[in-house]
Write a protein that binds this ligand. Structure first.
Ligand code: ADP
Ligand code: ZN
Length: 576
């Protein structure tokens, strides 16, 4: 963290300043001044001799006097004898009694102490802030306010996510506009997706685009050993953001605070509950006209406490997934901009080779290559530098990330998703298929095919059957291409959904021609479901076999580009 360093440097600066100030202070109080000290006996001789022009009587240990012969102040020991004044006056010497100096004397003896106390508190607070952990820093949050000069142009790819937060920027800029229409804008947004995909970057970009301060903190900073510390920090954070007027508050690792509560768990979670409650209370506390938005990030949405996701809280959830080929190319280009990359390097090819790399890994790849190049002393980053960096990163991440997913698995996914897309396009052309991809989703699927049915009140019997066939076409494509023994677990979600459709088809809507409208026994129901699902699966299998050539075209395009949009899919369908 940069802020720690800044705080420590700050503490050192203040200490130095304090030393200088103390030095000057002592200088001015006469400790280092040119004052000539005269023994008291000599002073009395000078006084009686008529050499002394005036005397300054004080309560301090020394008294000052001036001679007719010089402008330099002199000092002698103060006998603190009340009779001295009269004695001097009788000698015709001007005597001043300076009470302010008397008070000054008191102050001057206390000031250094006061000064040290203030210094001590200041330094202590800074250290507390820097470590962010000590119990003493109860009310100090780890949040740092930064102005961000990051904009959407720095976030490569992630186009869908960018689009779904566009309105937030406008809202932060002009909250009044939305308030006027009574629109309730999201107070909280959750970005979810694998690590390093640019969630923090995107939050920064929102603040940057809206031109407001960015307060960043992490959920783990809130969960402390001492009950109440986290809640205090949450309140402090929001206080700071409010003081700044409009702001974006970013909470990384929100799961540290908002994990699903384990029911019946006795104690232990008090601190987290208090923190979570403080967060929810603060979020419902600010009005929708304020222009403050809280953005939280997590790797997994499904582990979050539902209380966080309710309306008025984090009610907008945006997935930020791994980049596809085009996204990776964009990210590589962005980070190559400030580096002397040799002309011989083909970033398109590099994008192709970096399947399942996150944005952070791509950034790291180019950075490692740049370091290697710098060490080698060459003018440019050449292919061998990139290769070295590539293998370092692959080796380091093989297990954690899915960078090493075999081509075989990508092929299976491509045919599976291709099957869904093919069947949907053939049977339900009124549906839209905005996206089909073999990049794994955060929810755990190896790929997905978005299939949006048209908005309408009723679905016909035929339409329900076609939806079921499209769902089964993923598994059917696997069987058609790789054989019945090589079908995979990838269809589990499809199977669940088909079963639901068929249950409704038979029992709820009475659409089965064999069962009719009568109530069925459990055994009869089971037989009906089975009959229909088997029949629909055979239809799906027949369909993918009949249009096998088109299926292959879709699958190979997917393996090539990793994701296709509707237009690209339609082009393949038309040309096949
Ligand atoms: P997350 O918050 O999702 O873990 P970060 O936003 O911290 O990821 O990303 C880490 C770094 O990776 C960023 O600072 C940036 O350099 C790079 N990066 C990640 N995604 C992108 C992207 N879409 N465009 C450009 N750079 C990215
Ligand atoms: Zn599927």
């Amino acid at each position: 963290m940069k802020s720690k360093k800044r705080n420590i440097i700050g503490a050192i600066c203040i200490t130095l300043l304090a030393l200088v100030a103390l030095f000057i202070y002592f200088e001015n109080t006469g400790y280092g001044n040119v004052v000539e000290f005269v023994p008291y006996a000599d002073f009395m001789v000078m006084a009686e001799d008529g050499q002394v022009s005036r005397v300054l009587l004080t309560e301090t240990a020394e008294l000052q006097f001036y001679l007719y012969a010089s402008d330099v102040p002199h000092e002698t020991s103060n006998p603190r004898n009340p009779a001295l004044k009269e004695q001097l006056l009788l000698m015709g010497i001007d005597v001043y009694e300076d009470t302010s100096i008397a008070v000054g004397g008191i102050i001057s003896s206390f000031l250094p102490i006061v000064f040290f106390i203030v210094m001590f508190i200041l330094i202590f607070r800074m250290m507390g802030k820097a470590s962010g952990k000590s119990a003493m820093s109860l009310n100090v949050t780890a949040a740092d306010e930064t102005e961000t000069n990051v904009g959407f142009c720095h976030v490569a790819g992630n186009d869908e996510a960018k689009e779904s937060v566009q309105d937030i920027v406008d809202f932060i800029r002009n909250p009044e506009k939305y308030a006027k229409y009574g629109a309730r804008m999201p107070r909280g947004i959750i970005f979810y997706g694998p690590p390093g995909t640019g969630k923090t970057l995107m939050a920064k970009a929102i603040a940057g685009e809206a031109g407001v301060p960015f307060f960043a903190t992490s959920g783990s900073d809130f969960v402390q050993m001492y009950v109440g510390v986290g809640a205090g920090r949450v309140r402090e954070l929001f206080k700071k953001a409010r003081a700044a007027g409009k702001a974006v508050i970013f909470i990384d690792e929100i799961d540290a605070v908002g994990k699903t509560r384990v029911s019946g768990g006795a104690g232990g979670n008090d601190e987290r509950d208090q923190t979570l409650n403080a967060l929810l209370a603060e979020m419902s506390g600010f009005g929708s006209g304020e222009g403050i938005v809280v953005i939280a990030a997590t790797n997994r949405l499904d582990t979050l406490d539902e209380a966080l996701l309710r309306p008025g809280r984090f009610d907008r959830q945006v997935e930020i997934g791994l980049p596809d080929m085009a996204g990776r190319k964009n990210i590589l280009n962005t980070h190559a901009m400030n580096k002397p990359i040799s002309r011989g390097i083909n970033l398109d090819e590099l994008a192709r080779q970096t399947v399942y790399f996150s944005g952070a890994m791509l950034e790291n790849l180019l950075n490692e290559a740049a370091i290697t190049a710098a060490k080698s002393g060459m003018d440019e980053i050449v292919q061998s530098h990139i290769d070295t960096a590539y293998y370092t990163i692959i080796a380091g991440s093989e297990k954690k990330d899915r960078s090493a997913i075999k081509d075989k698995e990508r092929r299976i996914t491509a045919y599976h998703e291709g099957g869904h897309a093919l069947a949907t396009k053939l049977l339900s052309p009124e549906h839209s298929v905005p996206k089909i991809t073999i990049i794994p989703s955060t929810k755990g699927a190896a790929g997905f095919c978005v299939n949006l049915p048209p908005d309408k009140m009723y679905f016909t019997k035929r339409e329900l059957e076609n939806q079921a066939i499209a769902l089964l076409a993923g598994r059917a494509a696997e069987e058609a291409v790789f054989g019945a023994d090589n079908i995979t677990t990838g269809a589990s979600n499809d199977i669940q959904r088909v079963n639901q459709i068929i249950k409704d088809y038979v029992s709820k809507y009475g659409m089965s021609s064999t069962a009719g409208l009568a109530e069925l026994s459990d055994e009869e129901k089971h037989k009906e479901y089975r009959l229909h699902i088997d029949k629909l699966y055979q239809s799906a299998l027949g369909l993918v076999k009949e249009h096998f050539h088109t299926l292959e075209s879709i699958a190979s395009a997917l393996m090539d580009k990793e994701s296709l949009n509707e237009k690209e899919l339609d082009e393949i369908m038309a040309s096949a």
